[in-house]
Every structure is written in structure tokens, then in C-alpha cells.
Write a protein that binds this ligand. Sequence first.
Ligand code: ADP
Ligand code: MG
Length: 728
Amino acid sequence: MPAKPAAAPAADAPPRAPGSGESQVQRALKKLGLVRDIDFALYLPMRYEDETRVVRLVDTRDGETVQVEGVVTDCEVVFRPRRQLIATLDDGSDTVQLRFFNFYPSQQKQLAPGARVRVRGEIKGGFVGRTIMHPTVKAAGTPLPLALTPIYSTIAGLAQPVLRRAVQAGLARAPLHAIVPNPMMPEGAWGLREALSFLHYPAPDVAVATLEDHSHPAWQRLKAEELLAQQLSQLQARRERAAQRAPALQAAVDAGSLHAQLLGVLPFQPTGAQQRADREIALDLARIQPMHRLLQGDVGSGKTLVAALAAARCIDAGFQCALMAPTEILASQHFGKLVGWLDPLLAARGLRVAWLTGSQKKKERDAMEAIVESGEAALVVGTHAVISEKVRFRRLALAIVDEQHRFGVAQRLALRGKAGGIAAGPPLGDAAPSGGSDPQSGGAWGSMALEPHLLMMSATPIPRTLAMSYYADLDVSTLDELPPGRTPVVTKLVAEHRRDEVIERIRGQLAQGRQVYWVCPLIEESEAVDLRNATATRDELAEHLGDAVRVGLLHSRMPTAEKQSVMADFTAGTLHVLVSTTVIEVGVDVPNASLMVIEHAERFGLSQLHQLRGRVGRGAAASACVLLYATGDSGRVGEAARARLKAMVETGDGFEIARRDLEIRGPGEFLGARQSGAPLLRFADLSTDLLLLDWARELAPRLLDRHPELARQHVDRWLGTKAEYLKA
Ligand code: ADP
Ligand code: MG
């Protein structure tokens, strides 16, 4: 093991509170995720300062950050143009002015004429002479450090020197022995302790840019270890899942089955892609391991039907199915569609579709919960009310989650927990595994808790690199074919000052009997202001379009009943134009709508724009999407916004959109990092570290098989509490 670097000064005592209470510092550290010694060791600087050298003033250039040492020749407080402390420093080669607008009496004392000091700061030229604003000041002659000084990202209440000492202490104490033997690491990788010590306290001759962009070889070790931990935890989750049990749903799909009857009543033929996904799901459902499948398909590709077919298979096997959507509007659209398709068929079986949402009246809700519990509700559709504690399923065996990335981990876990009811339900009959014994539990089948099968749906396709790494634990079905008869949506960029032409265009669409969406963005922090903006737009359109045209408004703040009635009017065609904030973002389906106007399109995210555009082009009519953009004060649209708008005009393909989005934003968003509160990859970057990812993917199964204890320790070191998250 390499020795501790000479450059790192001795570790101070850790900042622990005396007595039992947690100090303010500890609380702040915890907020940064710094608890275990290893957490500190892995908390790397965001940048560095070079305090290793003192230079001569004559040798410095304006704009440089410098450290100089000399005698204070003059120091005074002046009041014009405002109160400030001005000192003059002479280092024998030249002089420089030191200025402070805010200063303590102690600083003034430190800079008393005659004092020998070392100062550090950015030197600037100017007509009053060369100046350093707010330099840091130390006594001259203090020993110079041998390494660059790390600057860590910190939060209020945690001063940099305090954090630095804490990291140093953690680094010194952390057990940094190689868990995975060095020879297994990628060739040329540094030792872990060596790499970490270097990254906290690099030698002054390093090219700092390679530290900051993570291309320095010391980074390779961290990236490799992190990716390995991530692969191991995925693999582990996959194996655990394989050991779990779910009811095998393998009812015969004969003419009398719900599945066959549903296909019989559809007004259209399922696409080839829908049929393929349905078959893939059927195979999963028939197994005794819980399905863990993502159904990904561009907006409008017909995921709802695939969900309905899966539900039918589940019901045919004598079990219940739950479908959960992130918003009430979306859930109610699903409900409407599924009731239409399935309720008449279910009625003949004494079953029905139930509806559960948070805004429901208590009486209705109680009634719905009762039929969920009795099992009369074969299919339960709703928002996350579906997983509230009070809801008890009789025999839940399939959970379908639409727009899965919009749900938190906790919610997905809760849904899995709902299957507890299965074991308590009536005899499992032909759902029991043929072998009957389970090597993992060592017990009887009846004593095992069962998990429901899980089908997740998303219109945001996972980029291939992420599918291989983060979602290695997930099976994926892809709807790569749109239902026939769709015309591609023409996308146009229009500057805000041509708004009138857009309104003309709306008139044209309405004249053909079509309908129009107009989406207003979130502009202000306050919803009230947004509502005012959207209301103003509605009034403006109503005025321009005349009395014969009905313009409606949909906003997230409206009461649910009102929202639903507006949506119902728009679906029925009695509303012609729907002005909305982004509440219509996901899933709504009104095939007669042929024009989508998005105001301030530059403010929207790329996948959000793509989703919104997907609301049109659902019928046979040629459809268009107008992206109205406004330039900022600079008269230009920002670079990232420009890239997003360009992508929208250039492609309608959801996979290409996802690829570009990844390029523009980085992978964080796809991983639900916002929900977890912490980015999942701190060191590696999937857009640049694919070779290391390959290495990790190859090593992970061997390591897990041959050295399971090392694998466990490795995951624990690198992911700690996050490992649980990765399994969800
Ligand atoms: P998404 O994948 O975006 O959730 P939907 O399930 O809402 O898409 O389907 C979009 C529209 O296409 C709906 O009106 C749906 O009824 C219709 N649809 C689905 N499958 C087909 C098909 N095979 N042929 C024709 N229309 C279809
Ligand atoms: Mg949908």
C-alpha cells in the first residue's frame, strides 16, 4: 500500500461535538453526505489553489492570481467614494495596493505599517496602480505547503478550513486498502490511497485542468471502482430478484379469455411492435420470478394498449392488476380508455375497473377501496392513491407504472409491498410453481411473501449506454413502430414577435374543424403569476379568434373536477382551443388536435418539448408544432436552449431526441437523480468512460461468484446507503 503523501499535513482532531449532541458542523457535514471516514476520503475538491510559491511582483501579470510577500508601508481607512481599507505592500521588486471594502479591525491590525505579510489574490492593473482586492493575508514566513490547496464545495455554516480539516482527518483514517485486488484493476490504475491522496493534495506541477476534467490517471482508479460497484449492485439486485417469487400468470389465451375478447373489440389492429411487447410480457408473467420490465415507446406508440393486454392476461389468470399514473389527468385518461375497452367484458364476469385518486370524495373512495379488497375490482387505475396504506388488494399480481421516471423510489417500493396480500388470498391454484419447492427460502411455498410483476412504461427512451449500465437490471420492450396512418408532425420555430401569424394559423386549423393546444410555460416561481399569464393568453386568443371559437384554460391549480370537465370538453370537441400550463405534458390523447403551440419554448427541457409535441399527430390529419421563442435581454437564445430547439426541428424520433438530450444535459436526469437527491455517478461519466464500463461489466459477475464477500464490501464502500436505491 502506498504511503500517505508527505504533502498532506497531519490530521487534526475530527470536528466532533463534545457531549452527546450533534454539533452544527456535524449537521452541515451530514448534509453534504459526509458521515463515514470513507465519505470524507471520497469527497474530492472542486478546484485547487496554488499556495506553494511566493513570486516577485515584477514577475507577475495583471489578471494572475498570485502570492507575494513583503512589508506593509502604508495602511489607512478612506471614506471616499466609500469606506474601505487601503494598504500598500512592498516586496522589494515593486509595490501593490491591497483593498478591502469589508474588513474587521483585526485585519487592519494585521496590516499595520511595518508588518511583514504574505498575501494572495488576483492582481489587477488600474489607473491608481496595481491592486489586489480582498486578498487573503497571513504572516510572512509561514511554511509553504508542498501541495496545491484543495477547495471543496461547501454550504452555509461550514467554513472551508473546517471542512478541509474534516476531509483531511477522514482521509487519514479511512480504510483505503484495496478491496478488489490491484491486479484485477484496469492496467495502469493507481493504488486507491495513492490516487485519493493525490487528488486531495496534488503536486504543484500537475496540469490542473486534467484534475478538474477528471482525465488525470488518478481519476481512473476512482472511476473504475465506482463503475464496478455500480455493476455489482445491479447484478446483485438482479440475482435477488431471481430469488423472489411471484405468482406465475399463465392462463390459456383461448377465445373465451379476456385477452382474446379485448383484441376482438378493438377498433384497430395492434401494431407488430405492440404484439411483440405483449408476447414478451406474457413470457415474463408466466414465470415464478417477478417481471421487471420497462416498456419504452415514443409518445403515441400505443403503450396503453400493451398495458391493457397485460392486465387482461393477469385477470385471465384470476389475479388483480393495478395501473398507476403520475398525474390525475393522465390517470383519468387511462381510466376512461380502459373502462371503455374492458368494463363491458369484465361485467360478464362479475368484475369491474376501479378508480382511485386523492381528490375523490370519501364515500366514493371507500366504495372503491371495498371492491379492491373484495376482489371485484379486477383492475385498479389511479394516481399514487393506489399505493396508499389503506388500500388492500385481494390478489394483486401485476403492477403497471406509467411514466415511471416521475415516481419516486419510495413509491415504486410501496407498490411492490402491496403484493403482501397475495399470500393471504385464496389458494394460488395453478399459479403455484410446478416444482413447488424453492431453494432460496428453504421453506414451504405458502410461507413466502410474493412480489407482484412490475411493468414500467416510459416515453423517454433510455439511451443505450444507460440501458447497459444503470438499467442492466431491467428487461426492456420497445415499441419502435407507430400505429399506421400517422403523419409526421411538422415543427417550426417562430420568433415571439411573429405571434400574430401564429394566431392566423390557429384560425386556419379551426376552419378545418381541428383543435389546437397552446402551452404556456412556468415563468415565475409563483403559480399565481403563471396562472395570470395563462389567463391573459386565454383572453388574448379568445379576443382575436372571435365569439364562435371556444377557448378553454387548464392549470395545475384548478380543482380536479374543473380540470376534468375542461379536458372532457376538449376531448368532446366542444372546446376548440386549449390554453394550458404544462399539466397536459404527459399522455393526453385527443386525435382531432392538429396544432400545438408552445410559448417560450426556449424555457422547456428537450424531452418535455418532445412529449408536448406528441399530443398532436395522433389522428390522420397533417399536424404541426410551433415553437414560439423569445430572445433574452442579450437578444439571443442561450446555447443549450438553442441546441434543444434545433433538435426539435431536426428530428421527431424519440430515441434521437433522448440521445441529444443526454448530450446536452448529461445522464443525471434519466436516472431519476433528482428524486434520489444525489447524483449516482460521482466520478465516472458514461459519455466518456465506456471502456471502463465494459471492464466493470465483465469483472462484476466473476467477482460476485468467486469473492462474494469482497463484492459486498466493495459495494458498501462506494455506494453505502445508495445501494438500496439502485435496486428499486
Ligand atoms: P402512448 O404510447 O403515448 O401512451 P397511447 O397508448 O396513448 O400512446 O396511444 C396513442 C393513440 O393511438 C391512442 O388514441 C390509441 O388508442 C391509438 N392506438 C394505439 N394502438 C393503435 C393501433 N395499433 N392502431 C391504431 N391506433 C392505435
Ligand atoms: Mg401514454
